[in-house]
Write a protein that binds this ligand. Structure first.
Ligand code: MGD
Ligand code: MGD
Ligand code: SF4
Ligand code: MO
Length: 750
């Protein structure tokens, strides 16, 4: 008997419907069995009627009760007693915490102005209320610095929007109808599990699945073909595919004529992009490129699941923009099961959040915007650092002169994020968080790396304990999360913490006393766009989730209707030209390539001869059992992931005398991290892969792979370049011996 039926028929239990809060495209709906006698949650499972969840949660969230009831949950407010970063705290009351925090914040505002206060948050929960709902009200009222939330997907979003007008594409269910599926820079079986059932359904019907990835991930292993590619070079592959499609006259000229602009210019542009040229850049053989292009253009329906892996490189925006041209060139958008999906967050672009987040509370103020990827720079005391941290997403946007950068950041309020583990250039981030004059408040469920640096830690509820509404970025189902249990310990929802902080700051607006249910009900009632017709508060309470009011199946661009300025898919984009970009699809080289070229030039100048470069490229996509750094403190998942490792190709290992299981040092000009080597041929040679994101404090040398990542920004959206770094890898034994020798010699000479 299914779990839901078993508990349904047992009067000792009540079943509560909720939504997974995590940063994952699936946004599963769940059911929780709560014992009526004790109020305790006893079991959790995927909602059997949710069209994407279909009764199954992933291996992480299947254990959500372990997370909620974990012995390490933070259960009272804490005040720091030890040195910053030492993790020593004492319990205090909520009243003390609110009074003392408000006092410190007010003193900073009085001396430096509200922009000296920086909110820092991301997607610990994707809930609209526990995410930015009440927090925005609070920071808008205060006039604090704004945060540009760029750490994940901004480059790809911008590239997508320039080309097709919105982050909207194929519906997830439509993949079941495809005959060819290109999984391009996505580890679907790890990071988007619920898409796989539709991929499998398509395969039962004869579809072929091709994975384009530097690594033979578990998804690549399960696919029909793996095409290894050098990181950051996907645009070159897509340009050569377009070259071949146009040269072989496989273009859908009717679709192109009706629904696109710039085909002539595009044809000119890709003429230079022969498969041979692209092969030299991507590492993909010319014949493989030609075969892929032909199969893509001649199979119908053909789907592309492009994901964020391809845009964590400097040219990531342009890469997504370029790949996104493909389905318009072949007319794949016409078919049910054809087209492309990056994100469907734009399907919800008409949601009116103004009543929820209250931008009007800013009044006439326009606070500076700080790029979250530049947290290391933002926390520097020098005005040049702060200037560098300003958000400047397009070539057109300039960073301010240091004198105009505004006040130093004197306080940071962190919620739904763990920057000490996940932000790039970890040494810079930790140095900032260690500043004695920085006032740090962290709202958390657990004592993360970031919480260790806090002056005050405020215990937050999990999804089982609070109300929320979730808007997915994979599917079209808005979901309502009801609390299943009372808050654990003294923990409170983010909404309530910001409500109390607002009271303590003396903010008297009515919006700071609205309760959570009222906020959410008013939010649902405020939606006027036709896409929300039929989605009522009562219906969400009753059913738990509701599909946007769109035709089923939904083929967004079968007849054009691109929400771009021209109303067409823009091969040529005037808007890009205006913003300072090349208006046609092109290859914007990753930083590693420019770094390698610069290094080669240096060497040639010095010695006259060029030596081979022994740097490797390093990517760090998600470990299967963690979700970013979430779950990476729970025994079950730590055991599943074993230990922090770096995967390395046998050739690269042999050249460096590295054996499987050896302790190695991965380092570059920014930092160094000790990992265990795992030798595998499931990687394109020259690239290493360190699955993330481990908690720094649970790693051998107290830091993680973000020691080597950089604060540099992507071409579009000022996104993060997590996978665009060069590193050197050496066996720790060898380097320890070398260090010992160096030490011995040093002693000699004294
Ligand atoms: N289990 C689990 N699920 C998750 C997450 C998690 O941490 N764990 N994180 C969630 C979040 S926040 C996000 S943003 C998504 C991320 O999930 P995805 O969008 O799937 O992105 P990544 O995992 O960053 O990278 C996907 C794949 O891209 C490959 N890749 C790296 N560089 C390149 C490149 O230049 N070209 C190509 N073609 N491939 C490349 C990587 O090897 C990886 O296999 O997943 C979400 N789901
Ligand atoms: N090297 C490397 N670094 C990466 C990535 C990578 O692929 N490689 N991926 C990047 C990506 S794609 C992303 S999206 C970012 C993710 O970065 P983050 O959004 O910071 O994600 P998490 O590490 O999961 O941290 C979320 C934290 O929020 C907390 N939390 C959850 N729910 C609540 C709540 O209701 N209230 C409060 N107060 N806290 C809550 C969790 O306990 C957790 O500690 O990391 C990035 N960092
Ligand atoms: S993390 Fe993703 S797959 Fe797992 S339960 Fe949540 S939404 Fe579903
Ligand atoms: Mo992400």
């Amino acid at each position: 008997m299914a779990l839901s039926d078993r508990y349904q028929s047992d009067p000792a239990f009540q079943i509560i419907t909720g939504v997974c809060p995590h940063d994952c495209p699936d946004t599963c709906s769940w059911q929780v069995a709560v014992a009526r006698a004790t109020g305790e949650a006893k079991d959790i499972w995927g909602h059997p009627h949710h069209p994407i969840t279909r009764g199954r949660l992933c291996g992480k969230v299947d254990r959500y009760l372990e997370r909620t009831y974990h012995a390490d949950r933070l259960i009272t407010p804490l005040r720091r007693t030890g040195k910053k970063g030492s993790g020593q705290f004492e319990a205090i009351t909520w009243d003390e915490a609110m009074r003392e925090i408000a006092g410190r914040l007010q003193a900073i505002i009085d001396e430096y102005g509200p922009e000296a206060i920086l909110p820092y948050s991301y997607a610990g929960t994707m809930g609209l209320l526990q995410g930015e709902g009440m927090a925005s009200r609070f920071f808008n009222r205060m006039g604090a610095s704004k945060l540009a939330r760029t750490i994940c997907s901004q480059a790809g979003f911008e590239g997508h929007v320039y080309t097709i007008g919105a982050t909207e594409g194929m519906e997830t269910e439509a993949f079941a109808h495809s005959k060819l599926i290109l999984i391009w820079g996505s580890n679907t079986l790890t990071s988007n599990l619920h898409l796989w059932q539709f991929v499998q359904a398509a395969r039962k019907d004869g579809a072929r699945v091709v994975v384009i990835d530097p690594a033979r991930t578990r998804t690549a292993q399960a696919a029909d073909e793996w095409i290894p590619i050098r990181p950051g070079t996907d645009a070159a592959l897509a340009l050569a595919m377009m070259h071949h499609i146009i040269a072989e006259e496989l273009t859908d000229l009717d679709y192109v004529a009706r629904y696109t602009v710039g085909f002539e210019e595009l044809s000119q542009q890709v003429r230079r992009w022969t498969p041979e040229r692209a092969a030299r850049i991507t590492g993909v053989e010319p014949d493989v490129i030609r075969a892929l292009a032909k199969e893509y253009a001649t199979t119908r329906p053909a789907a592309i699941r492009i994901n964020y892996g391809i845009q964590r490189h400097h040219g990531g925006g342009m890469a997504v923009r370029t790949v996104t041209c493909l389905p318009a060139l072949t007319g794949a958008w016409r078919d049910h099961g054809g087209g492309l999906q990056l994100s469907n967050s734009g399907s919800f672009r008409h949601l009116d959040r103004s009543g929820l987040e209250r931008p009007d509370l800013l009044q006439a103020r326009t606070p500076r915007v700080i790029n979250m990827n530049r947290l290391g720079d933002a926390l520097r005391l020098s005005p040049a650092g702060v200037a560098q941290a300003h958000y400047a997403p397009r070539p057109l946007d300039k960073k301010p002169a240091p004198a105009d950068a505004g006040p130093p950041v004197k306080a940071i309020l962190v919620y739904n994020s763990n920057p000490a583990a996940v932000a790039p250039d970890q040494a810079a981030v930790h140095a900032g968080l260690r500043r004695d004059d920085l006032f740090t408040v962290v709202l958390e469920q657990f004592q993360t790396d970031t919480a260790d640096y806090a002056d005050y830690i405020l215990p937050a509820t999990t999804q089982l304990e609070h109300w929320d509404i979730l808007k997915p970025y994979g599917s079209l189902y808005l979901g309502l999360n009801r609390p299943a249990i009372a808050p654990v310990g003294e923990s409170l929802p983010n909404s309530e913490i910001f409500r109390r902080l607002a009271q303590a700051m003396g903010y008297r607006e009515e919006c700071f006393s609205e309760d959570d249910e009222t906020i959410l009900r008013r939010f649902v009632e405020a939606q006027k766009h036709a896409r929300f017709d039929g989605i009522t508060w009562e219906r969400l309470l009753e059913e738990g989730f509701a599909r946007l009011n769109l035709p089923a199946p939904y083929l967004p661009f079968a007849q054009g209707d691109f929400p771009t300025p021209s109303g067409k898919c823009e091969f040529y984009s005037r808007r890009m030209a205006d913003d300072g970009y090349e208006p046609l699809p092109t290859f914007t080289p990753p930083l590693w390539l420019s770094d390698a070229e610069a290094a080669a030039e240096n060497r040639t100048e010095k010695n006259g001869t060029e030596k081979t470069d022994d740097a490797l490229l390093c990517i760090s996509p998600p470990a299967h059992s963690f979700l970013n750094s979430t779950f990476a403190n729970q025994e079950r998942f730590l055991k599943r992931e074993d230990e922090p490792v770096v995967q390395i190709h046998p050739h690269d290992a042999a050249e460096r005398g590295i054996t499987d299981g050896a302790s190695v040092e991965v380092h570059n000009e920014r930092g160094s991290v000790v990992l265990t080597a795992r030798i595998t041929d499931g990687l394109i040679p020259g690239t290493v892969l360190a699955p993330g994101v481990w908690w720094a404090k649970f790693s051998p040398d107290g830091c993680n792979i973000n020691q080597v990542t950089r604060q540099d920004e992507t071409d579009m959206g000022a996104g993060a370049c997590f996978y665009d770094v060069r590193v050197w890898v050496k066996s720790k034994e060898i380097s320890d011996t070398a260090n010992a020798l160096a030490g011995a010699f040093a002693n000699f000479s004294v």
